[in-house]
Ligand binder design. Structure first.
Ligand code: NAD
Length: 274
């Protein structure tokens, strides 16, 4: 069967960042389940190795690869080595690695701003920059960028996170436009809450972690495996936007159709809880 007769998510040669935990781990698993081979990239080598071991048990080739997505040189190196590691051209890139940090504007430290921008935004820029020419050259494949409903919801005390995700959304929209007709699909994932380790790993106070964990328990109506499956299917269908939950879909529409009332409303709700 020729490569282009396949759906992008099937039998792919994939690079998944942040594959050691949560949504990235689920992407890696689902790609392997669809017959793909995966380079499991993570800053945490042990976590990447655990995911690679799980994938190998499915009978596929999986390689653990330690890399900080925020490092330009490390990501360039990854892009140069990936094809040799899997012994075939990369057909699928999932720019998933991300971190959380909270705090209001003017209070959150510059150090935390720089950290989150580097991982969440520069990480995705690096992935797109170094892998897009290779995918274009192949004339086939896909890029999934993991943003968040935070890209458009502008929730208070999440300014830095919101900025990074709005950047990922805009980058994905631009990339999709540039790749029309090239055979390379782009999907941007914008979930609300998905139970993972993100809150535990975030730079927020102990109290905020506890509050976040409680909210996650009450408000997460999905799981990372389901989100990965839905997103890979969206990529196969050439869909740019993937809002996996009903609340994400509602916020997306309200924000687009009534942006000013939305902005006022979210500020009023925030005042009630301060
Ligand atoms: N969980 C949610 O509610 C939620 C909602 C919307 C969007 N997201 C996004 O989903 C993505 C995955 O997050 P998750 O929820 O699975 O979190 P997670 O903390 O469970 O997993 C994130 C993974 O990324 C890795 N990572 C962190 N910094 C890295 C770096 N510099 N280089 C390489 N790897 C790095 C971590 O080691 C970890 O394995 C993130 O981009 C996040 O912003 C999550």
């Amino acid at each position: 069967m020729s490569i282009t007769a396949l759906k992008v998510s099937q039998k792919s040669a994939a690079v998944v960042t942040g594959a050691g935990s949560g949504i990235g781990k689920s992407f890696a698993y689902e790609i392997a389940r669809r017959g793909g081979q995966v380079i499991c990239v993570d800053i945490d080598l042990k976590a990447a190795q655990n995911t690679a071991t799980m994938l190998k048990e499915l009978g596929t080739k999986a390689i653990a690869y330690q890399c900080d997505v925020g490092s330009e040189s490390a990501m360039e190196k990854l892009s140069n080595e990936a094809e040799d590691l899997l012994e075939r051209p990369i057909t699928l890139l999932v720019n998933n690695a991300g971190v959380g940090a909270g705090g209001s504007i003017g209070e959150m430290s510059m150090k935390d701003w720089q950290w989150i921008m580097k991982v969440n935004l520069w990480g995705v820029i690096h992935g797109c920059h170094f892998f897009t020419p290779k995918l274009k050259g192949l004339g086939y494949g896909g890029i999934i960028n993991v943003a968040s409903a935070a890209a458009f919801a502008a929730a208070p005390e999440m300014g830095a996170y919101n900025v990074t995700k709005a950047g990922v959304l805009s980058l994905s929209e631009t990339l999709a436009a540039e790749l029309v007709g090239t055979g390379v699909n782009v999907t941007v994932l914008c979930p609300t809450m998905v139970p993972t380790n993100i809150i535990e790993n975030s730079r927020i106070s102990k109290e905020d972690k506890e509050m976040g964990a409680r909210a996650m328990e009450k408000l997460a109506f999905t799981n990372s495996d389901k989100v990965a499956r839905q997103t890979l299917s969206a990529l196969d269908k050439g869909k740019l936007y993937m809002m996996p939950q009903i609340d994400a879909k509602i916020w997306w529409r309200v924000k687009r159709f009534a942006p000013a009332p939305y902005a006022r409303g979210i500020g009023e709700v925030y005042k009630l809880f301060r």
